[in-house]
Design a protein around this ligand. Structure first.
Ligand code: MTE
Ligand code: MO
Length: 165
């Protein structure tokens, strides 16, 4: 059995295998707060939060070339966390795990999110090039525009955002 606090495999790196198959789900994800409380966020709710578009995003696959540039639209990750956890509670955490329904994930630290004023803020995307992002293409997708060497932080099908520590 896996101990509950074991580190997920993906913390130590991923095989560069983009999964083309969308797991079940409609984009709803869970935010797990440091005290263990869980808040579910639906795409419909995301649409009620302030909207941001981020231009010139590339999805760079080490093995299969790059695609883009895309304009992804959605909610800044720090804005979403502020909506779910009023106040600046997320700033006090040690790290933030963004985990997908197919077992992929990325680990961020709060300072990664301090970039709303730049043109490369971290986003929870539900549109691409002005159209709804489909489940097949990753709804809801973490977009880390500053990552341009591979796509390991461009997590499709976000199912859980875990605030740790
Ligand atoms: N949930 C999830 N996200 C993922 C992956 C994956 O397997 N599962 N693969 C990553 C990798 S290695 C790549 S190259 C890109 C591929 O994105 P694309 O399907 O939009 O081209 O998604 C990234 N995000
Ligand atoms: Mo990749």
């Amino acid at each position: 059995m896996v101990p509950p606090h074991a580190e997920p495999d993906w913390v130590h790196g991923h095989a560069h295998e983009p999964n083309p198959h969308a797991p079940p789900g409609d984009g709803t994800f869970a935010v797990v707060l440091p005290d263990g409380r869980v808040q579910h966020v639906t795409v419909e709710q995301l649409r009620t939060f302030p909207y941001t578009a981020v231009h010139h995003c590339m999805i760079v696959s080490t093995g299969h070339g790059a695609s883009g540039p895309y304009t992804f639209g959605g909610v800044l990750l720090n804005e979403c966390l502020a909506q779910v956890l009023p106040g600046a509670g997320w700033r006090q955490v040690d790290h933030i795990d963004i985990v997908s329904a197919d077992g992929f994930g990325a680990r961020l630290v709060p300072s990664d999110l301090d970039n709303s004023a730049t043109n490369q803020p971290i986003l929870l995307a539900y549109t691409v090039d002005g159209m709804p992002l489909t489940r097949e293409r990753g709804l809801v997708r973490l977009i880390v525009p500053a990552e341009t060497d591979d796509a390991l932080r461009q997590v499709k099908w976000v199912s859980r955002i875990q605030l740790v520590g």
